[in-house]
Ligand binder design. Sequence first.
Ligand code: GRF
Length: 218
Amino acid sequence: MSGRIKAAVLASGRGSNLQALIDAARDPDYPAEIALVICNVAAAGALTRAAEAGIATTVIDHRDFADRASFDTAMDAELVKNDIEIVCLAGFMRILSTAFVEAWTGRLLNIHPSLLPAFKGLNTHERALEAGAKLAGCTAHLVTPELDDGPILVQAAVPILPNDTPGDLAARVLEQEHVCYPLALRLIAENRVRIENGRVLVDAPSTETTALINPAPF
Ligand code: GRF
């Protein structure tokens, strides 16, 4: 296990993306280990998943702090104390202060359930359905102070089918989140990413990819 980059995951909820990262990191060849999970919610399912995997957990409840800055300072201290090098947000439902984001620039990742820059913010699946979009998807990106706006690392697209409910679509997208997020963390941990003008350039990217057209041509 030694020699791998130490990553932390910040989560507020069920933690299925955390699980995908934990599962990926079980491979000794994966370049990062999930060394710490911080939750701001004591009942978060993410804590159970971390404990089952033998990963250290910390609850830092934002309600115990007078303001965002002091909450973020406490999280930063916990990350630094644990020698964390990369931080992955995975369903972490707090907005981070600019100071925190800047302290972790280039080492702070997020997974968002839309094809950014479309549908930033919450309720992405409802909004994609309302818009009549034919494709939806997810985006793993680096975090910048502006919400859901940082350089894009990995995206996956899925079709929106005629009778989809937001829940159907969420499930289809989530499956791809679990593929994209471990890939994004790998790219950062392997130092294969350069940012130019806010765009990510990946060293030696795989070019095996196909178009997704919905409805399919006939
Ligand atoms: C995911 O859909 C993620 O894209 C969004 O919050 C959700 C978290 O789900 N940021 P989980 O806790 O990882 O299962």
